[in-house]
Design a protein around this ligand. Structure first.
Ligand code: BES
Ligand code: MN
Ligand code: ZN
Length: 496
């Protein structure tokens, strides 16, 4: 989609659909007032008829009113003017976009320049509009023989506020677009079935995507190379599969040459059957989403690379398929990780931590300034948080609060759980240095405890996105979370 700034007065804007704002109790924004004065008060007449009250997210489409160059005007309710916050307006923008998508309008203009959002500025709002527009225009079609009809909307403009802001707004629009596209990439990879999106597919996807980018290097480690490095833990997960595991390394050199990078590490289990500790059948198809940590890393890298962020970032993806077979790892097997620590695999379904621990050891060679791993790691995170927040655990309180703040700013929230020493004894083993499960209690925390054994001396945080990465039921599909959070976090680092 194309995004631009328009300085024209609302009555003179040429667009297929003009979005104007009405607050609760029918009070109009400045720009809505101008339209209302040009069309013989058509807007206030609708309000006087009690057909529109201006409550948050309410929409009404009116056609061919006088004194206005746009054939369609979409009235958008924003609720109480004083209560207008980031979350509210994002919700309203979504409602407006859905109303526009229901028409054949190819272009739309958001007349939002005079809006005062409590906790945000106009550039944030511009960014949010382009992000939401890209995000909402996503349609899955890859494996359908009848291609769905695409949405008509191809171009969006927004009014600039006080003069001189155009440049900032312009780059905000482009950033939102890049984030939206990153979200969509994450959704698409997540939604692809396990027989298409294999570890090899992910590796080739990354290689193809960044082939021409001089600032990006993609390296893919084969099982043979990983064996040489001693990644016995990661390889124990792919042992039962005929799909070869891959460690995908994406280096983005956007910052100063000698600056150490920040690191992202994604769990990329392209299908999780549970292995010999086989999962039960119901809903097992959703385990194609067990690579959503990986897809969120790819989407985030894509967003920051498109906007040429001035920061060095290294991304690792530990990609494998978890299958039962005669060659599969068995409960009780003991494997040796790249760190040298031995692991008793008490449950082959706790495989995410087994691939991540070797990736977390590998990332140390970059001497990263910070490391965030992202993983659909535990059912316990779903039980605890549902789909609203991702779980956050960290060995560094500063990093944790930066991530919490980024989650709030990007409306992609996280909630912190305690990574207390008291939990560490739950993963003790009689036969190895550690066990890969901690029993039925505190599953999200003991999973993070396991990872923490491999991140000593790193400034590290773990995001368990098992609940937030995809939706089940009628709306089944990947959400693209936490791409918005991660890009916000990285953009803030670059702005420092
Ligand atoms: N990928 C799953 C976690 C998961 C389950 C995410 C359901 C979303 C929905 C992970 O590999 C897993 O199987 N975890 C086990 C760990 C247990 C065996 C300690 C779990 O959470 O049940
Ligand atoms: Mn599992
Ligand atoms: Zn898994």
């Amino acid at each position: 989609m194309k995004f631009t700034i328009k300085n024209t007065t609302p009555t003179k804007i040429t667009t297929d659909c003009l979005v104007i704002v009405v607050f609760k109790n029918g009070s109009l924004s400045e720009e809505a007032e101008i339209i209302n004065n040009g069309c013989d008060k058509a807007i206030t007449k609708i309000i006087a008829n009690n057909d529109f009250s201006g409550k948050l997210g309410e929409t009404a489409l009116i056609q061919n009113i006088s004194g206005c160059r746009s054939p369609r005007v979409l009235m958008l309710g924003l609720g109480a003017r004083r209560e207008l916050n980031a979350k509210n307006i994002a919700k309203a923008v979504q409602k407006a976009l859905q109303a526009i998508f229901a028409t054949k309008a190819k272009s739309a203009h958001f007349a939002f320049s005079a809006l005062e959002v409590n906790d945000r500025q106009l550039p944030w709002l511009a960014m949010r509009i382009s992000q939401e527009a890209e995000d909402l225009s996503y349609v899955y079609s890859a494996t359908k023989s009848k291609k769905p009809i695409l949405k008509s909307l191809k171009a969006i403009s927004v009014s600039s506020g006080t003069r001189g802001q155009s440049k900032t707004l312009e780059s905000a629009l482009q950033r939102g677009k890049a984030i939206g596209n990153g979200i969509n990439q994450a959704k698409e990879l997540g939604n692809l079935p396990g027989n298409i999106c294999t570890p090899t597919y992910l590796a080739e996807y990354a290689q193809r995507l960044w082939k021409e980018k001089s600032k990006v290097k993609v390296k893919v480690l084969s099982e043979k190379q990983m064996r040489k490095l001693g990644m016995g833990s990661l390889l124990s997960v792919s042992a039962g599969s005929s799909e070869e595991a891959k460690l995908i390394v994406i280096e983005y050199h956007g910052g100063k040459k000698d600056d150490k990078p920040h690191a992202l590490v994604g769990k990329g289990i392209t299908f999780d059957t549970g292995g010999i500790s086989l999962k039960s059948g119901g809903g097992m198809d959703e385990m194609k989403y067990d690579m959503c940590g990986a897809s969120s890393v790819i989407g985030s890298m894509s967003a920051i690379i498109t906007t040429n962020l001035n920061l060095n970032v290294v991304a690792l993806i530990a990609a494998a398929e978890n299958m039962p077979s005669g060659k599969a790892t068995k409960p009780g097997d003991i494997v040796t990780s790249m760190s040298g620590q031995t692991i008793e695999v008490l449950n082959t379904d706790a495989e995410g931590r087994l691939v991540l621990c070797d990736a977390l050891t590998y990332v140390k060679r970059y001497k990263p300034k910070s490391v965030i791993d992202i993983a659909t790691l535990t059912g316990a995170a779903v039980a605890t948080f549902g789909s609203t927040v991702s779980a956050l655990l960290s060995n560094d309180e500063n990093l944790a609060s930066e991530i919490i703040d980024s989650g709030q700013r990007s409306l992609d929230p996280v909630w912190q759980l305690p990574l207390l020493d008291e939990y560490q004894s739950m993963i003790s083993s009689n036969f190895a240095d550690i066990a890969n499960i901690g029993g039925p209690k505190a599953g999200t925390i003991t999973a993070a405890c396991f990872l923490s054994r491999f991140t000593e001396n790193l400034k590290w945080a773990h995001l368990d996105i098992a609940g937030s990465a995809w939706k089940s039921g009628a709306e089944k599909g990947a959400t693209g979370r936490p791409v918005a959070l991660l890009t916000e976090y990285l953009c803030n680092l670059a702005a420092k």
